[in-house]
Design a protein around this ligand. Structure first.
Ligand code: GLU
Length: 316
């Protein structure tokens, strides 16, 4: 096989809120195959910034499952919960440039305002963007009196950004004043402060880890323009994006835990690792015969030949 010699790094970045299912594992495999087949190194990052839903036990099980399929990673696993200083530093850089503002809106306020004429549904309508200092003080005090802390948002300079995706091609998506750090109920906030937002953490981590290839499910394609824009503001190179089609259940919905034996441990009750890999290969239009571990799939792998449509999981 011809490995293109190239430095650079790919990654898989699961959120540890339960076992990975067949679709998640297939995405992890694709991330590994894309990295390895292009001569890149590969890292795994545990995205445990959602303190309510993440657990170390779940992270450990996810890492064991990846390893069982033969996916390996070169450096130590990085945990987002140990990188708050980096997120703080990035936020400070944005703040120094006047690009951060406090937002006092509830979810309901935003939903209602984004339904107004000329608004983009779901888009942050800019309610708190240009308040005077007096208005801010008033809103902050009212929020604090309810036991809540404000969220922090990015003062975005545009409304949409285009990115290039290796599978989807040119993709233009909305960029609003998205959240950098969550607000919420003060009583539930731990000593480390409010949770960091996914978009900020992912951009800082990809930038700091030298990740130049992002392979993940295509449900995250709409987040790529926001992330590419933020990467630019923070001085990081925009990575190559490869958003891969999801795996669906038999009803055409996104595969989920309730769809039967979908986690690796469940599948291994009746099948072997090579059988699971064979089924993964088949769902990617690859030949899975004789495949015993991830490395065996590398031989016939071509990013250009990846399916562009979702596939349906009917069991191993
Ligand atoms: N942690 C995210 C998830 O599990 C993925 C983030 C990413 O790949 O950018 O859905």
């Amino acid at each position: 096989m011809n490995l293109v010699k190239k430095s650079g790094c790919g990654r898989y970045a699961p959120s540890p809120s339960g076992d990975l299912h067949f679709g998640n594992l297939r995405t992890a495999m694709l991330a590994w195959l894309c990295a390895r087949s292009s001569g890149r190194s590969f890292v795994v990052r545990v995205e445990d910034i959602d303190t309510q839903r993440s657990s170390m036990e779940s992270a450990q099980r996810q890492l064991e499952d990846l390893a069982a399929l033969g996916i390996d990673w070169g450096r130590e696993v990085v945990y987002q919960s140990q990188r708050y200083e980096l997120y703080d530093a990035a936020l400070a850089r944005l703040r120094d440039r006047g690009l951060v503002f406090e937002c006092y809106c509830s979810r309901k306020d935003i939903q209602e305002a984004s339904r107004a004429p000329h608004s983009i549904p779901g888009h942050y309508p800019g309610t708190c963007r240009d308040l005077t200092e007096g208005e801010r003080r008033e809103r902050r005090e009212a929020l604090v009196a309810q036991g809540r802390v404000p969220a922090l948002r990015l003062r975005s300079g545009l409304r949409s950004v285009g990115v290039r995706d290796a599978l989807a091609g040119e993709y233009v998506g909305d960029v609003d004043d998205f959240i950098l750090r969550r607000g919420g109920n003060a009583a539930q906030i731990g000593p480390q402060g409010p949770d960091w937002a996914y978009n900020l953490a992912v951009v800082v981590d990809d930038g700091e880890q030298g990740v130049d290839q992002v392979v993940r499910g295509d449900d995250l394609l709409p987040s790529a323009p926001r992330q590419a824009y933020l990467a630019g503001l923070l001085g990081y190179a925009v990575p190559e994006y490869v958003h891969v089609p999801l795996v669906l259940n038999e009803r055409g919905e996104r595969l989920a835990k309730r769809d039967g034996a979908v986690t690796l441990r469940e599948m291994l009750e009746t099948a072997t690792v090579p059988e699971v890999l064979g089924s993964m290969a088949a769902s990617l239009g690859m030949d899975g015969a004789g495949v015993r571990t991830a490395a065996d799939l590398l031989e016939g792998f071509s990013m250009a030949a990846l399916p562009r449509a979702a596939s349906v999981f009917t069991g191993v």
